[in-house]
Design a protein around this ligand. Structure first.
Ligand code: ZN
Length: 255
């Protein structure tokens, strides 16, 4: 059998053989959307795909082809952004996983590259559990990073996300174009810091990004991005997630 853990590299008998030994599948889910003037539109799916592949190799778990499009409604003012309705993404993820369940999958690990996909992935995960009793763990690297490392990831197309992209492929990031511009406050009492805050507490105030960040990137400034920061986060995150996958394998049940 081939050494690859990437599903697209395998023949169907090889896939069936791998599923008979282990019922975990890693599914990267990304987005194609603006990430400021310095970073590629594919940032979220390049990152989700690269992280998923590294986690799969570390954990010895199969990795599905990445879903490159998600819900990016708030970014549609920026050319090149593609957005699908969350319900469409839920259905897409559910059906892809449903096919894998038919062929032996019992546990999934979603590597989500984009916060806007969150609700859709949660719906798909619950529906998969309700209908087939399969477990889904969904993970977002930038949420986890401040909790498990010194990297306080806090941006969209800013210091940390651009660094992560540089660690994956520096040739498609142009840091000379990095030029972060964002508002500091919306009113005297509603401030902006990678999200809106009123009297110190986060307020879910939904505005298109063009209203608070005219270049498209916001949070920690992209000018401070460095490949080494990305490499550090990449290593910490993929080690951590490979560990979670070992634990998921110990949960009794599955298909
Ligand atoms: Zn992103």
């Amino acid at each position: 059998m081939k050494k690859s853990v990437f599903i697209e590299d395998l023949s169907w008998p090889e896939f069936a053989g791998a599923m008979a030994l282990d019922d975990v599948i890693i599914l990267p889910v990304g987005s194609t959307e603006e990430h400021g003037p310095q970073s590629p539109l594919g940032t979220d799916f390049f990152i989700a795909d690269a992280l998923a592949r590294a986690i799969g190799e570390k954990a010895g778990a199969l990795v599905a082809p990445a879903i490159p499009i998600g819900n990016a409604q708030g970014l549609l003012d920026f050319p090149g952004t593609i957005s699908i309705d969350p319900a469409v993404l839920t259905d897409l993820v559910f059906e892809v996983c449903e096919n894998f369940v038919r062929h032996g999958a019992g546990r999934f690990f979603f590597v989500n590259g984009h916060g806007g996909n969150n609700a859709a992935l949660r719906h798909a995960a619950m529906a998969l559990y309700e209908q087939y009793g399969v477990f889904v763990v969904s993970s977002e690297w930038w949420q986890l990073m401040p909790k498990i490392s010194e990297y306080k990831a806090h941006d969209h197309g800013g210091k940390f996300e651009t660094s992560m992209m540089m660690a994956i492929d520096e040739s498609i990031v142009d840091l000379t174009k990095a030029d972060t511009k964002q508002i500091e406050k919306l009113t005297d009492n509603i401030t902006f810091d990678y999200g809106f805050f009123y009297r110190g507490a986060a307020v879910s105030l939904n505005l298109p990004a063009s209203e608070f960040a005219p270049r498209g990137n916001f949070g920690a400034p992209s000018e401070e991005a460095r490949r080494e920061i990305g490499e550090g986060m990449f290593a910490v995150y993929t080690d951590y997630c490979a560990g979670i996958i070992q634990e998921i394998r110990r949960i009794p049940g599955g298909v």
